[in-house]
Design a binder for this molecule. Structure first.
Ligand code: NAD
Ligand code: 6OD
Length: 488
């Protein structure tokens, strides 16, 4: 049987590549080809951008906010109606456990439309009165207008969640989008086109082009002269390349990039809470969460116990097929990514780490041997200068370091080029506030991890990104604020 094909979605229709170029979409579980994906060249990207531009002056551009918001609620309901289709597509592309995708990826994929439909209806703009020399005065008010055509370039780790996290607010604000999903996970972005048509979103408002980055769809889209803004999630190095490309046209850019996130566990923490949250933050989604922990700092009196119990937690993460009920961890996204992660496992050994748990490839049954499996891994004993402690690995692994004082651990946690997220575990309320405020990150959790209120600012400092999205901050990026000044 030949693999199914994944087409571009342009102007409300599924279309193939004119070039006839296709690439393989492989299952990370067993490396089987699950689909053949059409690769966009410049003609498809041009057509998608032109469709988006045209949509802005059609019914979509004239639609009242309340109607647009109702349509986005219908999109969310459409995703939920086809929950199983989205779940199957996401799980096939990523290999993640069904238990994870059904609780996180798909529900959040739908929720991202509702929250921003609500936000755009409920957030006011600015109003100022001003005096004038004639005494009559003037008033100023700001209106929000869409940025225009927004390029949405996405990664593979939470494909639907991270794509709709951008598409939801972009559409709520009245923009039209061209999405470039990751070449590793094209399926749910393609499927969303069906929902857009089912609920009557006008053609051209939501477009999807498939392909790679350099010299492919990603580059053609982000350098396109008729794209007004770029919203990107992915590696810091890619973000830097896109920013360089965006500079020549002064395109507005929002960058959500990599991380090397610390978790800090004080001796007064609730050990069970700290362990559960830290293990989840290291191993969830096979460590492929930008907010995930790769550096753990534990106060010396509880260091040995914490390390032992984190190692135990790593050892019980059972790998297996996504649909199996006892599966606790899936594979990495690809064999190529596994090579990168395993190169750090090897480097840790060369740098003299103590391997507390894992450190290699699990022994899998014959039908899964070709998949991108790695063992959940915990190290100790490396200096802070080690590459394993400094560089983003994006796998199910962490290094644990002891510390003695609050000042010391704040310095260690902040000593990184990244600044995305942190977790602090303590039962001392004053300390929680004090440390939380001193960590140079976009988001700091206390006694939890990945607890998300979508109204809050989300983004990174330093090499972890530029800008904030979430709640009103998404409106700031996806609209231009236009001030109207009226002399009375
Ligand atoms: P990636 O940067 O390799 O790819 C992301 C997207 O960019 C893909 O669609 C890719 O095709 C495209 N791309 C690559 N080169 C391009 C170019 N030159 N021009 C235009 N597009 C290009 O990232 P990834 O491997 O898919 O995802 C993992 C990375 O993403 C990790 O570093 C992770 O930390 C980061 N991430 C960050 C966040 C966040 O919110 N900060 C969220 C998820 C993932
Ligand atoms: O929860 C979110 O909104 C978000 N952007 C999460 C990012 C996770 C990174 O892998």
């Amino acid at each position: 049987m030949s693999a199914r094909e994944i087409l571009h979605f342009i102007n409300g229709q599924y279309v193939p590549s004119a070039s006839g170029k296709l690439f393989d979409d492989r299952s990370p579980v067993d490396n089987r080809v699950i689909a053949r994906v059409h690769e966009a060249g410049r003609p498809e990207v041009d057509a998608a951008v032109a469709a988006a531009r045209a949509a802005l002056s059609g019914p979509w551009g004239r639609m009242p906010v309340a109607e647009r918001a109702a349509m986005l609620y219908a999109v969310a309901d459409g995703i939920n109606r086809r929950f199983k289709d989205f779940l199957d597509a996401e799980v096939a592309d990523t290999g993640k456990p069904v238990s994870l995708a059904s609780h996180l990826d798909i529900p959040r994929g739908a929720a991202n439309f509702k929250i921003f439909a609500d936000t755009v209806k409920n957030v006011a703009t600015e109003f100022f009165e001003m005096p004038t020399p004639d005494g009559a005065g003037a008033i100023n008010y700001a209106i929000r207008v869409p940025k225009g055509v927004v390029a949405v370039v996405c990664p593979w780790n939470l494909p639907l969640l991270l794509m709709t996290w951008k598409v939801g607010p972009a559409l709520a604000c009245g923009n039209a989008v061209v999405v470039k999903p990751s070449e590793e996970s094209p399926a749910t972005a393609a499927l969303l086109g069906e929902v857009m048509n089912e609920v009557g979103v006008p053609p051209g408002v939501y477009n999807v082009v498939h392909g790679f980055g350099p010299d492919s769809a990603g580059e053609f889209l982000t350098t396109h002269p008729d794209v007004d803004a770029i919203t990107f999630t992915g590696e810091t190095r890619t973000g830097s390349a896109i920013l360089r490309a965006a500079a020549s046209d002064i395109k507005a850019s929002s960058m959500e990039l990599g991380g090397k996130n610390p978790a800090i566990v004080f001796a007064d923490a609730d050990m069970n809470v700290a362990l559960e949250a830290t293990a989840r933050s290291v191993f969830a989604n096979c460590g492929q969460v930008c907010l995930g922990t790769e550096r753990v700092y534990v106060e010396r009196p509880i260091f040995d116990e914490f390390v032992k119990r984190l190692g135990d937690a790593a050892r019980i993460m059972k790998p297996g097929r996504p649909e199996a009920e006892d599966t606790k961890i899936g594979p990495l996204i690809s064999l190529e990514h596994r090579e990168k992660v395993l190169s750090y496992y090897e480097l840790a050994r060369q740098e003299g780490a103590t391997v507390v748990a894992g450190g290699g490839v699990p022994d899998m049954p014959d039908d899964l041997k070709q998949g991108a499996w790695v063992q959940p891994t915990v190290w100790t004993g490396l200096p802070e200068t080690s590459r394993v402690v400094r560089e983003e690995i994006f796998g199910p692994c962490c290094h644990v370091t002891p510390f003695d004082t609050e000042e010391e651990v704040i310095r260690l946690a902040n000593d990184t080029p990244y600044g995305l997220a942190a977790a602090v575990h303590t039962t001392n309320l004053s300390r929680a506030h004090r440390v939380g405020a001193k960590l140079d990150v976009g988001i700091c959790w206390v006694n939890s991890w990945f607890l998300r209120d979508l109204r809050t600012p989300f983004g990174g400092t330093k090499h972890s990104g530029i800008g904030r999205e979430g709640g009103v901050h998404s409106l700031e990026f996806y609209t231009e604020l236009r001030n109207v000044c009226i002399k009375l």
